[in-house]
Design a protein around this ligand. Structure first.
Ligand code: F0G
Length: 352
């Protein structure tokens, strides 16, 4: 087996780095593209579904792809501190990479709306965490002003290096499939990742690495679906707290992606998200966080539109371990507590 060097080294020729760039890496990327036979069967008509399990990155989400580059470039520019607003995953990734690069990490999160695993990570990675009595959109406005006024580098997805790093996931998909998928299904919050994937597919297409481009299918949570309704949502609400965003920073870019790829945006309800989340875990053995399951919920919702025999990739952006509370709350598997520690009692519970 060859050693995986992290995504900056693996895709150096496609990225804005030079020999002068200090590479801050946790060997992110190279995540598995896992066949999803149960979901394929639900879609039917010979459609082949894969999940790109980006929850297996070092801090458990796709944000590591963007952060390795954003932090390396910040370090190259001499930054001593970075800042971001976050629904949780960006804060964990920013903290890990900034600290590894020897910088301070300031993170603003919506108080009470960040999954426990993400908060635990940001704190332990050594971020300076400010819980704001407001939502993500308000936090993002503040950090943009902070970065414009003080010597702190903004590492939200309005930082172009974030998208450059995140586009590598599209490269990996094409490298594994040997072609671009027909459809790419992806959850949309601040709309950076859908923009990044499209950049990656287009760049590979220009390089002759694939002959076609996917239809980009973006899915928002119904309670936080400004791109579908066409106007900002002042009070976004969804169980998928990662995408609880009412005014996406990359809104216009995402519309351009939808148009160029002849894709679509659709909304999925919290019930549909939780249903897909459970199917992924219990039938495919893949535990993702609720926001990630929006890609599969969306595919199942519009499955009749998928061409027969098509290849579909659903992006699973974050690990299920990020949000244990939502998992336990929505569990309906049997859980027998206080069972006597005897063979008879155990066999009896099992009905043998
Ligand atoms: N899935 C997960 C697990 C996320 O954490 C996010 C965004 C998205 C999907 C949406 O990606 O914003 O590029 O459209 N999380 C950000 C954060 C907002 O702060 O961690 P997007």
């Amino acid at each position: 087996a060859t050693k995986w060097p992290g995504l900056i080294e693996a895709y150096r020729r496609y990225l804005p780095v030079t020999s002068a760039t200090p590479v801050v890496t946790l060997l992110e990327g190279n995540t598995p593209l896992i066949p999803a036979p149960s979901i394929s069967q639900r879609v039917g008509r010979g459609v082949q579904v894969f999940v790109k399990y980006d929850g297996l990155n070092p801090t458990g989400s796709f944000k590591d792809r963007g952060m390795t580059l954003a932090i390396s470039k910040a370090k190259e520019a001499g930054a001593k501190a970075v800042i971001c607003a976050s629904t949780g995953n960006t804060s964990a990734a920013a903290a890990a990479y900034a600290r590894r690069g020897g910088m301070r990490a300031f993170v603003l999160i919506p108080d009470g709306y960040v999954a426990l695993g993400k908060l635990a990570q940001a704190l332990l990675y050594g971020a300076e965490v400010l819980a704001i009595k407001g939502n993500f959109d308000q936090a993002l406005k503040i950090v943009r002003e902070m970065a414009a006024t003080y010597p702190v580098t903004l590492v939200n997805s309005v930082n172009p290096y974030r998208l450059e790093g995140q586009k590598t996931s599209a490269f990996e998909i094409v490298d594994v499939l040997g072609r671009a998928p027909d459809w790419l299904c992806i959850p949309v919050g601040n709309a950076g990742n859908i923009t990044a994937y499209w950049m990656g597919f287009c760049q590979y297409h220009e390089e002759g690495k694939c002959d076609s481009l996917p239809k980009m299918m973006g899915f928002q949570a119904a309670g936080a679906a400004p791109i579908i309704s066409g106007k900002p949502v002042e009070h976004p609400e969804t169980v998928a707290t990662a995408i609880r965003i009412g005014n996406p920073a990359n809104w216009e870019k995402a519309i351009a992606v939808q148009q160029a790829s002849q894709g679509e945006f659709n909304a999925v309800t919290d019930a549909e998200i939780i249903e897909a989340y459970k199917i992924l875990a219990a039938e495919e053995g893949v535990f993702c966080e609720p926001a990630s399951a929006a890609s599969v919920a969306g595919l199942l919702k519009v499955k009749d539109q998928v061409p027969a025999g098509a290849t579909v990739v659903c992006v699973l952006t974050g690990n299920g371990l990020k949000d244990p509370e939502t998992a336990i709350k929505n569990n309906d598997s049997p859980f027998y507590q206080g069972v006597e520690p005897t063979l008879e009692a155990v066999a009896g519970v099992m009905g043998f």
